[in-house]
Write a new protein. Sequence first.
Lengths: 113, 112
Amino acid sequence: DSGVTQTPKHLITATGQRVTLRCSPRSGDLSVYWYQQSLDQGLQFLIQYYNGEERAKGNILERFSAQQFPDLHSELNLSSLELGDSALYFCASSVETPGNTIYFGEGSWLTVV
Amino acid sequence: GENVEQHPSTLSVQEGDSAVIKCTYSDSASNYFPWYKQELGKGPQLIIDIRSNVGEKKDQRIAVTLNKTAKHFSLHITETQPEDSAVYFCAASKPSRNALNFGKGTSLLVTP
């Protein structure tokens, strides 16, 4: 158990809908990362937050947004969902310093039908 | 941005043999290179990492080597066991940015 908690574990929704994925980082970790894993694209970095502020942005679509709350949990919002958004979404956390170990949660499996 | 290439994409070895997975990176500023193991239905789990001031690191049956000049690093698993079967990912990050850039993964199958 990495200590990173993600909910829900599985989610099925229709195209055009909006969903929210939730993440609680490991105790003491200030940085939260979101990654998308699909069969053809591997693990793609979406966005990073540190202590409530956006720190780095990767290949995140404009239809997706995220935030980190004062209690350090984070949410990833996916809107106007398309079939191609079906993927495993991972949250990860780390201590702030670059080069520190990043711990991954078990993922949220999103299926868009 | 950083580009991490990983080879091979699949690897099948017999139990007891060694397995080697290789990665190259494009950004010479990268200084942190972790390896993750992902089992079916689970999140990636760190198995070993190396920093740019070190050329080799070992942890029991697992070792990682880094060649900064050539910008490549490798994972070596000796005396493989069936429970080593999983997808392995290499990654790289640089000091200005902690987020990892991952290779596309290697599916390792260890047959008894």
